[in-house]
Design a protein around this ligand. Structure first.
Ligand SMILES: O=C(O)c1ccc[n+]([C@@H]2O[C@H](COP(=O)([O-])O)[C@@H](O)[C@H]2O)c1
Ligand SMILES: Cc1cc2nc[nH]c2cc1C
Length: 364
């Protein structure tokens, strides 16, 4: 058995009993039933994940930023040079990025992982090197990754999740850095949802009309080349579903998408919640759900990015985003801002009085 096989085998559904107890407890707390809206659903989901009510508080949080480059950059899909991926990795390590700032705000640790940065990076003991390849190949010319590379990057993500949990993290947050990765995200989202490229391909770092039109054409061309123009018919998690998810990931995905999918699977196998960031995490979560639909039980959608593909991915996954502030940065910034909301949702189950214990009259 490989690490990926072992991890998939360890993922189980949410506990119906713990979820029922959490729902029942929410209904006995001193507030009108349902008054905490989506936060009640988060608390019930985390109870199901822990198999206990109340579930443990999901803190401390640990952000992992997976960085990689993309061969499709050669198609002119972004105005930014590829070197920015490596330069931002250095910025994360120096503590100067928005992700570092938001992590400090919510008390999260930051781990930076090189899964496939093309530009050589300076030696830094704080950088986790899981480099599978110096970037992917151009998806419009052939598969972005070999099957072996896709598996290796998935397993890198699983290892990072395992290590962060071993060190005491009780909530994981996904982060990404990769110039051109909104193109690969759009291709993955099309391939898993069956939606056309023009519906899900966005403006990423802020591309102009001409580049946006080229991006749509590039995504369409890649999907046609790899025979991915219709949604998968295979049942997610079945042998055929797993094969299709792995083939799709290798054909049009990025090394950071693979690693984030593995990170989600690793969290689910350890029954630790994982907060998803923006469109890159949404695309990676589609991969994870194709490999193991039960992994979605561990996922909380931290926010909604204005990238159209992100809404499409979340709708397909049935996940409701907690924060909607038009953030389109990536790095894990939207996921980090959602962490206090996830903690508050669980804290309610620990601390709020019931109608009985507080002597408050229930409605007739
Ligand atoms: O998280 C998002 O939804 C998001 C939306 C737009 C851009 N990004 C970030 O911008 C980079 C990719 O943008 P692009 O235009 O080069 O494909 C990559 O580093 C992402 O983290 C991220
Ligand atoms: C500067 C910069 C910072 C980023 N952080 C995530 N993606 C990014 C893309 C750019 C271009």
């Amino acid at each position: 058995m490989t690490l990926l096989d072992d991890t998939l085998a360890a993922i189980a559904p949410l506990s119906p009993g713990a979820m029922a107890r959490a729902r029942d407890h929410q209904d006995r707390l001193t507030k009108p039933r349902g008054a905490l809206g989506a936060l009640e659903d988060v608390s019930v989901r985390l109870a199901g994940l822990a198999g206990d009510c109340p579930p443990p508080l999901p803190a401390p949080a640990a952000l992992a930023i997976f960085a990689a480059d993309h061969g499709v950059h050669a198609q002119g899909v972004t105005p930014w040079p590829q070197e920015v991926t490596a330069q931002m990795v250095a910025n994360f390590l120096a503590g100067g990025a928005v992700a570092n700032c938001f992590a400090a705000q919510v008390g999260a640790s930051v781990t930076v992982v090189d899964v496939g940065v093309k530009t050589p990076l300076p030696e830094d003991p704080a950088l986790v090197s899981e480099k599978v390849a110096p970037g992917t190949a151009d998806m419009t010319r052939g598969p972005a990754m070999t099957p072996e590379q896709a598996r290796a990057a998935l397993e890198a993500g699983i290892r990072v999740a395992a290590e962060l949990v071993r060190r005491g993290a009780r909530c994981l947050v996904t982060g990404d850095m990769g110039i051109a990765n909104t193109t690969a995200s759009a291709a993955l989202i099309c391939a898993f949802t069956g939606r056309p490229a023009e519906e899900v391909t966005g403006r990423g770092t802020g591309v102009d009309d001409e580049t946006h039109a080229r991006k749509i054409e590039v995504v369409s061309r890649a999907l046609a080349l790899h025979g991915l123009t219709t949604a998968p018919r295979a049942v997610p998690g079945s042998p055929a579903g797993v094969e299709r998810a792995l083939a799709t990931l290798a054909a049009v995905g990025g090394l950071e998408h693979a690693a984030i999918a593995g990170f989600v699977l690793g969290a689910a196998a350890r029954r630790v919640p994982v907060i998803l960031d923006g469109v890159i995490a949404g695309a990676a979560a589609l991969v994870a759900a194709g490999l193991s639909p039960d992994a979605l039980g561990a996922c909380v959608a931290g926010h909604r990015s204005p990238e159209p593909g992100h809404g499409a991915a979340l709708a397909h996954l049935g996940l409701r985003p907690l924060v909607d502030l038009e953030l389109r940065l990536g790095e894990g910034t939207g996921g980090l801002l959602a962490h206090p909301l996830v903690c508050a949702a669980v804290r309610v189950l620990h601390e709020v009085a019931t109608f009985d214990s507080a002597g408050v009259a229930d409605k007739n």
